[in-house]
Design a protein around this ligand. Structure first.
Ligand SMILES: [Zn+2]
Length: 134
């Protein structure tokens, strides 16, 4: 058996060649929650995932891939995001986010922080008023 990190790198590379558009769409839902450590979160429609860059993803297809060749579309998309420089960072309590994702399947802490960041950006663009309505 080869090195897992090399396996993941290889499967990410192949994925990018085969379906770059899909990966770019997934990449837009990725946020770095600790860029230095390589901790990321994927914000899904129903489930969130926790990722360690180039090494791990909490999704079921990553778990299943371990018996064949390690990798999943989230890790591939993360590689795409890093290479394109489209990295979105979010300051959150990493332990809470990881715990919520692993135990409940999605992270209210993460979603709340994302919403607050979005509101801040809109406010700076002069679009804050739509959040002020009761
Ligand atoms: Zn995954």
């Amino acid at each position: 058996m080869g090195d897992v990190k090399e396996e993941i790198e290889e499967s990410c590379r192949e994925d990018e060649e085969k379906r770059g558009d899909r990966l770019r769409a997934i990449a837009r839902r990725l946020v770095a929650i600790d860029l230095e450590k390589g901790f990321w979160a994927y914000v899904g429609r129903e489930r969130d995932h926790f990722l360690i860059e180039g090494l791990y993803c909490s999704c079921s297809s990553f778990a299943l891939s371990l018996t064949k060749r390690a990798g999943c579309e989230h890790l591939s998309a993360l590689r795409v995001a890093k290479r394109s420089g489209a990295v979105r960072e979010l300051k959150v309590d990493v332990a809470s986010v990881v715990w919520e994702i692993v135990s409940v399947g999605l992270s209210p802490t993460l979603r709340k922080a994302l919403l607050e960041q979005q509101m801040g950006e809109d406010y700076e663009k002069g679009e804050g008023s739509r959040y002020d309505e009761d």
